[in-house]
Design a protein around this ligand. Structure first.
Ligand SMILES: [Zn+2]
Length: 372
């Protein structure tokens, strides 16, 4: 039996409580426990909402545009993937999965390139025997990508059989009629599709939404009207601020929040950014305060808009919105056995949301892994 006491994240806020971990799982009880084995701030594990772990084995690229570095079919990443052996790609993915586990990530949503071959490589990486001595393990939602950006029903059927859904690069990379056929087929099958949108430049929001996406990634160049349409449609947007910074761009976080969008966070390409959600949160916090001051200087603050995003709200974004995308519950106390597990952060408990955002994986004192 292991006991943990401190502040537990529950119903979008922290309250005092303690947890008793036994062979059968764990039980949450109210109130602080004196003499517990571990003390700290207790939160559900993170969900990394956007990754490309297929490029883990690829050296960090030189500076370049999105198109030059990650654009299909001949950007740096795709050229390098073609030159890298399957064994190296799979080993790289295994390493990234282990890093994410130790960073307190309970689940990640991956856009896997290279068609059925790439999807199988990721499934294979997830089956690594080195995980089997854990009492549970990190989970992956695979969004698979058709190999040649054409509608091939057999290929789509095969991809959907081994994935959570389709993860499309962008409408700009496709002949739209082909992509529309894919979208209609996927929706008709009751399956899921998601895509990168308005990353390099603004793309036609009507064409994007006609594909019935479950969520969009980036939306850096979205207009206010584009964002309003996403909010109306209840479509979450996943942002990857550190990856965007590599390309010299910043997601319009304040405008997204003002539009009522559910924002989620991802770390994007492994070759660009460490899969560390603490780091991503802290970067997001810093970029929000920068944006706030810049906006104030450039345009005055007399437009009556409140750009302030406090740490509590940021933590809600981190812990709750991502579960909305997956339709699962963020509250570690409601249905413990079916959830992703929790982590205990060894930091002072004053202003806990700020403590969590200022932490790093080294502050994780204890980690519980679910059985499922
Ligand atoms: Zn991406």
């Amino acid at each position: 039996m292991i006991t943990i006491s401190g502040l537990i994240y529950k119903d979008r806020r922290f309250e005092e409580g303690h947890i008793i971990v036994s062979d059968n799982g764990y039980e949450i009880k109210p109130g602080i426990m004196e003499g517990a084995d571990h003390n700290g701030i207790i939160i559900p594990k993170f969900i990394n909402c956007h990754t490309h772990i297929g490029d883990s084995a690829i050296p960090r690229p030189p500076k370049g545009t999105v198109e030059e570095i990650v654009g299909p079919p001949d950007g740096y990443k795709h050229r390098m993937l073609r030159q890298t052996s399957e064994e190296d790609i799979v080993q790289g993915m295994r390493k990234s999965i282990r890093i994410m586990e130790s960073n307190g990530i309970g689940r990640f949503i991956d856009f896997r390139e290279e068609g059925i071959k790439g999807t199988r490589q990721l499934s294979k990486s997830m089956e690594d025997e080195t995980y089997s001595d854990h009492d549970g393990r990190i989970k992956c939602d695979i969004y698979a990508r058709p190999e040649n950006n054409v509608f091939d029903q057999d290929e789509i059927d095969n991809l959907l059989e081994v994935s959570t859904g389709l993860g499309i690069s962008a409408i700009s990379d496709w002949d739209y009629d082909e992509l529309k056929a894919v979208g209609e087929y996927v929706a008709g099958e009751g399956q899921t599709l998601a895509l990168h949108a308005s990353e390099r430049s603004r793309e036609d929001i009507d064409k994007i939404l006609d594909l019935k996406p479950k969520f969009l990634v980036h939306m850096i160049h979205a207009s206010d009207d584009d964002l309003a349409l996403c909010a109306d449609g209840g479509i979450p947007i996943i942002i990857c601020p550190r990856s965007n910074a590599f390309f010299g761009t910043t997601p319009p976080i304040e405008r997204m929040l003002a539009a009522g969008i559910d924002i989620c966070l991802g770390t994007d390409n492994m070759m660009l950014v460490e899969p560390d959600m603490f780091g991503e949160m802290e970067f997001l916090r810093n970029s929000i305060s920068n944006n706030t001051s810049n906006h104030g200087m450039d345009q005055g603050i007399d437009q009556g808009m409140d750009y302030t995003v406090g740490d509590e709200k940021l933590l809600n974004i981190m812990l709750d919105n991502s579960r909305k995308v997956l339709n699962s519950n963020p509250d570690i106390g409601v249905e413990p056995w079916g959830q992703d597990g929790f982590i205990v952060i060894d930091r002072p408990t004053e202003r806990p949301a700020s403590q969590v955002i200022g932490s790093s994986p080294k502050d994780i004192r204890f980690m519980w892994r679910s059985q499922s």
